[in-house]
Design a protein. Structure first.
Length: 165
């Protein structure tokens, strides 16, 4: 009887080892699939890269004067931020511009004529033909994916809320 009881114990031992091996293998594949599912991260990174691969300008209302401060300009290629006066609801005469290299920067633009209290202005992105000299016929306004000119409308006002931090 000892051999029978010992045979049962051996059989139980073999089954236990097989079950443990199967569980380890299944656990490995489940863990590996979990890691593959985590591969969503590169897709997010790709989306972030695409989001960073855009042209944009951020400017807020300004105090009247000879300088316009650009919070941020982001360009995929070298270009300009051009300040236009308002002409009946559309960009009019150019009163200042600044060249920027590819990348993201804050900026300051000195104007040829000062902004006036309560008037509207446009900070518009323009391309550069490579000579680093603004030419309205060659350095055209940049457009977004929808075909809209990339610009930000702002006003000159002495009543601007102070932004801290």
């Amino acid at each position: 009887m000892e051999s029978t009881s010992s045979g049962i114990r051996t059989w139980q031992w073999v089954v236990t080892v097989i079950v443990i091996v199967i569980l380890v293998v299944l656990g490995y594949y489940m863990f590996k699939e979990g890691k593959d599912t985590g591969a969503v991260i590169p897709e997010e990174t790709e989306t972030t890269t695409q989001a960073n691969d855009v042209n944009r300008v951020i400017v807020s209302d300004q105090f009247p004067g000879n300088i316009v401060y650009i919070s941020s300009v982001q360009l995929t290629q070298p270009g300009y931020v051009v300040i236009h006066k308002d002409n009946k609801g559309v960009p009019g005469d150019v009163i200042g511009y600044q060249y920027f290299e590819k990348g993201t920067y804050p900026g300051k633009i000195t104007l040829t004529s000062p902004t006036v209290e309560k008037d509207t202005y446009y900070a518009m992105l323009h391309s550069d033909d490579g000579d680093k000299k603004l030419n309205a016929e060659k350095d055209l306004p940049l457009k977004d994916a929808s075909g809209n000119i990339i610009m930000k409308i702002f006003k000159a006002s002495v009543n601007i809320a102070e932004v801290k931090g």
